[in-house]
Design a protein around this ligand. Structure first.
Ligand SMILES: *Cc1c(COP(=O)(O)O)cnc(C)c1O
Length: 436
C-alpha cells in the first residue's frame, strides 16, 4: 500500500492541476489512427511493471492522444464537465468495488440510487412516484424503456410499430432494432401528424406501441410539443418516451421549466447527469411510471441470487447483473453544488450561447440554422456548405457539425464549467477573422 499512497497523492495533485487548467493541453490531439498501437507492445507484460513505468507511458504516450473533453474550448457533441467531487466519488467507487445488483449485495448502493433518483425528479418537478434507476448511458436506458413497452404491448413483434421524428436520437432506432422490432416498423414521421398516422397504421393492422419525443435534440436542441404528443399517446394507449438526455437538466432552472411541459404524462423519461450536471461519464437516469413492466421484462433469478428481503433489487429492472455504484458520484455532485450550483453552470451556458447567437444573427455573412434555446448554437455561412466547412476547419476550437434542412451546419455546444465569456469572445473573433 506504500506505493498506492505515494502515487495516489501525486495523482490527486496531477488531477487537481489538470481540472484547474486543462488549457495547458490542446483540446484535440494531432494524431493518426493507429499511432498509439504502433507505440505499444502487442502482448501484455508477463511480469508486473512499476507504477513509475506505467505513469511515465501514460504521460508520454497516452495523454498526447487524448481529446480533452474538460477543455473550455471543447464545443463538439455536447460540452460537459467532470467535476472534482465527481472524480473523488469515482475513486471511492473503485475502491469499494461493490456490485449494486441486489439490495443485499450492497444496501447503500441500492438505497443511494433510490435517494438521488428522487432528488433529481423533485428538482425537475416531475411525478414523485416515478421509479428511477441509473444506467451507463441514454442508449442503454432507452433500450430498457423499449423492452418494457414491448412487454406491456405483448403479441407478435411483426406488427409492433415505433414512431420517431427526423431529429430523434439514433439510439432509439438502434434500441428498437436490438429489441427485435422489424426495421420497417420504425417509422420516421412528422410528430405533428401523429394522431392521423396512428389511426391509419392501426387500420392497416399495425400495432403502434412506442412514440419517442425529445426535449433538446442532439442536432439542434429542438423541443417537441410533448404535452400535445402525450395527449395523443394516452388516447391511443401508446407508450410515450421522452428523451431529455441533454435538455432534461435545464428543467432545474425555473425560467426553463416549461421545456418539460407535458413530460409528467410520459411513460418513461431519460436525463443524463453526465451531460448537464457535472457528473463524470457515465451516468444516465431512466424514469418510468411503469416499473412493473421493466420487472416483467427483466426478472430472472437463479437460485444463488435469491434473497428473502422485500426491497428493490435493481438487477430485476434491467439487463445488467453487475452494476456500478454510480449513485455515489451523483450524490457527491448534487450535494457539493446543490441545485443552485448546478443551475448556475447551466445558466452560464445559456447566456454564453445567447451571446454568440446574437453576434451570428447580426452578421450578414452568417445565419443561425436553428433557434437557440439551450447551450447549443447551430449556424452556417450564407454563401454555402463549402464556405461553412472551410470556416469550421479554420477554427481552433473542437466543434462538430450536423445537417439541418439539407445544409451543413457548425454546432457550437457550450456547457463546460471552465468556459468563460472571454473564450466565447475569442471564438467569435476567430470566426470573423476567418471570414474576412
Ligand atoms: C447524448 C444523447 C443521447 C445518447 O446518450 P448516451 O448517454 O451517449 O447514450 C440520446 N439522446 C439525446 C437527445 C442525446 O443528446
Amino acid at each position: 500500500m506504500h506505493d498506492f499512497r505515494r502515487h495516489g497523492h501525486t495523482l490527486i495533485d496531477w488531477v487537481a492541476d489538470y481540472l484547474e487548467d486543462p488549457r495547458r493541453y490542446p483540446v484535440a490531439p494531432a494524431c493518426a489512427p493507429g499511432d498509439l498501437q504502433k507505440l505499444m507492445p502487442t502482448a501484455g507484460p508477463v511480469h508486473g511493471e512499476s507504477m513509475e513505468a506505467i505513469l511515465s507511458d501514460f504521460r508520454a504516450a497516452v495523454l498526447p492522444r487524448v481529446t480533452h473533453w474538460n477543455h473550455p474550448h471543447f464545443h463538439a457533441y455536447f460540452s460537459v464537465s467532470a467535476s472534482g467531487p465527481g472524480v473523488l466519488a469515482e475513486l471511492l467507487t473503485a475502491a469499494l468495488n461493490v456490485n449494486a445488483m441486489l439490495w443485499r449485495s450492497c444496501p447503500a448502493a441500492t438505497e443511494l440510487e433510490q435517494i438521488v433518483a428522487v432528488w433529481v425528479l423533485d428538482w425537475l418537478g416531475l411525478p414523485p412516484d416515478w421509479f428511477g434507476m441509473i444506467l451507463d448511458c441514454a442508449s442503454t436506458a432507452v433500450f430498457h424503456a423499449l423492452v418494457a413497452a414491448r412487454r406491456r404491448a405483448g403479441g407478435p413483434l411483426e406488427t409492433l410499430t415505433v414512431y420517431i421524428a427526423d431529429h430523434t436520437h439514433s439510439s432509439i432506432e438502434k434500441g428498437a432494432i436490438a429489441a427485435g422490432i422489424p426495421p420497417g416498423n420504425i417509422r420516421k414521421i412528422d410528430l405533428a401528424c401523429l394522431a392521423n398516422v396512428l389511426r391509419d397504421d392501426r387500420a392497416r393492422g399495425l400495432r403502434p406501441f412506442f412514440v419517442a419525443a425529445t426535449v433538446g435534440s442532439t442536432s439542434s436542441a429542438a423541443i417537441d410539443p410533448v404535452a400535445a404528443i402525450a395527449e395523443i399517446c394516452r388516447a391511443h394507449h401508446v407508450w410515450l418516451h421522452v428523451d431529455g438526455a441533454y435538455g432534461g437538466s435545464f428543467g432545474l432552472l425555473p425560467e426553463c421549466r416549461h421545456f418539460l411541459d407535458g413530460v409528467a404524462r410520459a411513460d418513461s423519461f431519460i436525463v443524463n447527469p453526465h451531460k448537464g450536471m457535472m457528473v463524470p461519464l457515465d451516468c444516465s437516469l431512466l424514469y418510468t411510471a411503469h416499473p412493473e413492466a421493466l420487472r416483467a421484462a427483466f426478472t430472472l433469478r437463479p437460485e444463488y441470487l435469491r434473497t428473502d428481503v422485500e426491497t428493490v433489487d435493481f438487477t430485476d429492472y434491467g439487463l445488467a447483473l453487475g452494476r456500478r455504484f454510480r449513485a455515489l458520484k451523483l450524490w457527491f455532485v448534487l450535494r457539493y453544488y446543490g441545485r443552485e450550483g448546478i443551475a448556475a453552470n447551466l445558466r452560464k451556458s445559456l447566456d454564453l450561447a445567447a451571446w454568440l447567437a446574437d453576434r451570428i444573427a447580426a452578421d450578414p455573412r452568417l445565419e443561425l440554422a436553428a433557434p437557440v434555446g439551450m447551450g447549443l448554437v447551430c449556424f452556417r455561412v450564407r454563401e454555402g456548405d463549402s464556405a461553412t466547412r472551410d470556416l469550421m476547419r479554420r477554427l481552433d476550437v473542437f466543434a462538430s457539425h450536423t445537417v439541418l434542412d439539407g445544409r451543413f451546419v457548425i454546432r457550437i455546444a457550450i456547457g463546460n464549467s471552465g468556459t468563460q465569456r472571454s473564450d466565447i469572445e475569442a471564438l467569435w473573433k476567430a470566426i470573423t477573422t476567418a471570414l474576412s
